[in-house]
Design a protein around this ligand. Structure first.
Ligand SMILES: Nc1nc2c(ncn2[C@@H]2O[C@H](COP(=O)(O)OP(=O)(O)OP(=O)(O)O)[C@@H](O)[C@H]2O)c(=O)[nH]1
Length: 306
């Protein structure tokens, strides 16, 4: 490897809820480090996905506050608040990927763009979900329209889901990063612990399978995470997870008829854990009721919320 041409640095991934940020991060990292669902606001925690390529390394960071509720509020006060939040979140970031949905640019995108410009972060525009654009002749005019009078380092139509257009995107972003050796080892994909990721994968299944039925205050706590040697398969992880809800009725929803739903949720979560960790997983899940925990600051802390 020619280390003199190696670029590495932090890249903020910014965009309205549900545009496909997590899907993009996972596609770039090549593994599932960020959970996805078609419900907005899936990403609760700041995430760092690490993507290493022959010419460089991207440290992909979430910027909480920058893509929350953007489109619902407007006005100067919101603009100022956004810019304040942006300044903190963007400190030390080398570049940003502004992710939008093909065919759509709204006020939220403008706010994010302005915040990035104000923070003087070079921005690459990622026009995602191009696979959903049926009439491809509309794409070029759309790209021209959104880049007119805006200062993007480059513009990339991609499909994060189908992993299309990612190579040129990576090349462009790497060019914006300082020339320096890799900051993390090549096989590191996240700074999050496996324990944390296990909880995220279970939460992902809860969201996917319960959809709108998922009680708002549901959270996941990993009570047990142990590695055990296994004669047959090498290592095995024994994971115990508690799904916390606020009421008995909610518990019944999560468990489902004769436990069918919880079984399905646990099986799918276990399979994604095995895929991510590369070993057998023995997963046990319980649903427990804790009344009013979402009001209790100390309880929130115990669940990993700041
Ligand atoms: N067709 C298509 N769907 C996509 C693409 N990228 C993401 N999606 C879907 O869009 C939905 C939202 O994707 P996420 O990656 O969770 O979006 P996000 O921006 O991280 O969402 P938040 O965490 O809520 O901010 C999921 O159902 C994805 O499968 C794409 O390129 N094409």
């Amino acid at each position: 490897m020619n280390t003199s041409a190696f670029h590495a640095g932090t890249v903020a991934v910014i965009g309205r809820p549900n545009v496909g940020k997590s899907t993009l991060v996972n596609a770039l990292v090549g593994a599932k480090v960020s959970i996805t669902s078609n419900r907005p606001q899936t990403t609760r925690h700041r995430l760092l996905g690490i993507a290493t390529f022959p010419h460089g390394q991207l440290l992909l960071v979430d910027t909480p506050g920058l893509h929350r509720e953007q489109s619902r509020h407007g006005g100067k006060a919101m603009h100022r608040a956004m810019n304040r939040a942006a300044r903190g979140a963007l400190e030390g970031v080398d570049a940003a990927m502004l992710v939008i949905e093909a065919g759509r640019w709204d006020d939220g995108d403008t706010l994010a763009y302005d915040a990035l410009r104000e923070a003087k972060v070079p921005v690459v525009l990622v026009v995602n979900q191009v696979d959903r654009t049926k009439d491809k002749t509309q794409l070029l005019p759309f790209l021209a329209e959104v880049s007119k009078d805006r200062d993007f380092a480059s513009v990339h139509p991609v499909s994060a889901l189908k992993r299309k257009g990612l190579e040129p995107l990576v090349e462009s972003v790497l060019k914006l990063l300082p020339q320096q050796p890799a900051l993390y080892a090549e096989d590191e994909i996240t700074d999050k612990s496996q324990r944390f990721l296990a909880g995220e994968l279970l939460r992902e299944q809860l969201m996917r399978q319960l959809g709108a039925e998922l009680p708002y205050a549901t959270t996941v706590e990993i009570e047990r995470f142990e590695e055990e040697p296994s004669e047959k398969t090498g290592a095995m992880y024994r994971i115990g997870a508690v799904i916390w809800v606020e009421r008995d009725g909610q518990k019944a929803i999560v468990i489902g008829k004769a436990g069918a739903r919880l079984k399905e949720i646990s099986t799918k979560a276990r399979l994604s854990m095995e895929a991510l960790f590369g070993c057998k997983v023995f997963l046990e899940t319980w649903v427990r009721v804790r009344e009013g925990w979402s009001d209790d600051e100390a309880a929130l802390k115990a669940f990993g919320y700041e």
